[in-house]
Design a protein around this ligand. Structure first.
Ligand SMILES: NC(=O)c1ccc[n+]([C@@H]2O[C@H](COP(=O)([O-])OP(=O)(O)OC[C@H]3O[C@@H](n4cnc5c(N)ncnc54)[C@H](OP(=O)(O)O)[C@@H]3O)[C@@H](O)[C@H]2O)c1
Length: 394
């Protein structure tokens, strides 16, 4: 790579933001940082902006504008705040926008980046799950490439032979199985927040860690794969692979299966996406030693104990508004679990009840615009909040 490219990082204060910063710092001539976006963590955003020599720092929660301004006084870094400033930042022409905010607030910035013609590196799976075909169509119309940052999708991207698309039978995304892989249904009913946050392999933000424990994360990833690779719902499956060494597999019609392997460290897929079509240094990543690992094991997912995965498959098959409702209800239910307003196993009940009450995919007769996507997200949040508040779940 010869000339430095410009990059903006949305969600710069999160776990993906940390790993992205590591890769940018390890390849100092590859990028200049146009902007960093955080939501509430002023101290970390200010520190990151200085460390990465960013031109702008934006705090999405405008109540923190003054403190960010103070923290960056004396530095030649522009400061802005609020939702519209984030959308503005995503719209600023750069070579790459890393979309790593958590949840549906990432939908509008991702769409804005695409409208501006910016290549996006997508970690914020919820945005693509909600917007689905609306986002991929928008990207195609604007000639924008969506580079997958999620480890499973980045793995698939590395072994997906686009010119041989017709020869691809199916995709497999692997799942660690999360902390409750070996727990019985009765044990899962007793799961505490600390249990759900105790992921065996990955260190991640709170929401995605809980999603990994319910397997909602795998469900979101299946829907994400459906849109990123334009594969049918029956061409995507999940296998539980507790060691998290193989991240994704593409099955070809001659019986070949191409897989990408690596240690469970997000800096590898991030380096691969940021450097694409080249390769970057990821010096911090431990190298894979298969002889030492010795065993790679696989098992089918249990949809009885992990109903969120089944609900996600159902939402993908139903299409239109259903995935956005699934996602919105999950975001509300996860927040309720974190706040102690519902039990872990009730997350799935809340999501199922919300989708049913909203009318599933038919909640939206037309699902073709960003406004339709945002309306489905709002509807799902409203119904799920009512389900939680009135305890309409058991
Ligand atoms: N972590 C992983 O290993 C991993 C792997 C694959 C995919 N992902 C996906 O990547 C995304 C980020 O995950 P994460 O683990 O990095 O989450 P995280 O550690 O919780 O970080 C979330 C980031 O989003 C920001 N944010 C939260 N609410 C926001 C809002 N309303 N507007 C703007 N920014 C907001 C946070 O800002 P503050 O911290 O300043 O509040 C933070 O920068 C998620 O969609 C997740 O599913 C994560």
């Amino acid at each position: 790579m010869t000339t430095a490219r410009s990059i903006s990082i949305l969600g710069a204060t999160g776990s993906i933001g940390d790993s992205t910063s590591d890769i940018v710092l390890a390849n100092p001539d590859a990028f200049h940082v146009a902007a960093l976006v955080g939501y509430s963590n002023v101290e970390k955003l200010a520190e990151r902006a200085c460390m990465l020599n960013a031109k702008r720092a934006i705090i999405a929660d405008e109540r923190h504008y003054k403190s960010l301004k103070e923290a960056l006084s004396g530095h030649a870094i522009d400061v802005a705040a609020g939702r519209l400033a984030v959308i503005d930042c995503a719209s600023e022409p750069v070579d790459l926008v890393v979309c790593a905010m958590v949840g549906s607030p990432g939908i509008e910035p991702a769409m804005a980046a695409i409208t501006a013609g910016n290549t996006i590196a997508l970690a914020n799976k919820e945005a693509l799950v909600c917007a689905g075909a609306v986002m991929t169509k928008h990207a195609a119309e604007n000639g924008v490439r969506i580079l997958p940052l999620d480890s499973e999708h980045n793995a698939l991207f590395q072994v997906f032979e686009e010119p041989n698309r017709e020869s691809i039978e199916k995709l497999t995304v692997t799942a660690s199985g999360g902390p409750f892989r070996t727990w019985s249904t009765e044990q899962i009913k007793t799961a505490k927040l600390s249990d759900a946050l105790n992921h065996p392999n990955w260190t991640m933000g709170q929401k995605v860690t809980i999603d990994s424990a319910t397997l909602a994360n795998k469900g979101l990833e299946v829907i994400e794969a459906h849109h990123l690779f334009a594969m049918g719902p029956d061409q995507i499956d999940v296998v539980v692979h507790p060691q998290s060494i193989i991240h994704g597999m593409v099955h070809y019609k001659d019986g070949s299966v191409l897989a990408q392997l690596g240690m469970p460290d997000m800096r590898t897929p991030i380096a691969a996406a940021l450097a694409w079509p080249d390769r970057f240094e990821a010096p911090q990543v431990q190298r894979l030693d298969l002889a030492r690992l010795a065993n790679l094991t696989f098992e089918p997912p249990d949809l009885q104990r992990f109903p969120m995965l089944k609900l996600a498959f159902d939402a993908m098959r139903e299409g239109r508004a259903a995935p956005a409702l699934f996602n919105a209800a999950n975001e509300v239910a996860v927040r309720a679990f974190v706040d102690g307003r519902c039990a872990f196993h009730q997350i799935a009940t809340i999501v199922a009840k919300t989708i049913e009450d909203a009318g599933g995919g038919t909640a939206s007769s037309v699902f073709a615009t960003l406004e339709d996507v945002l309306a489905a997200d709002r509807l799902g949040q409203r119904i799920a909040n009512a389900v939680v508040k009135d305890r309409l779940y058991s």
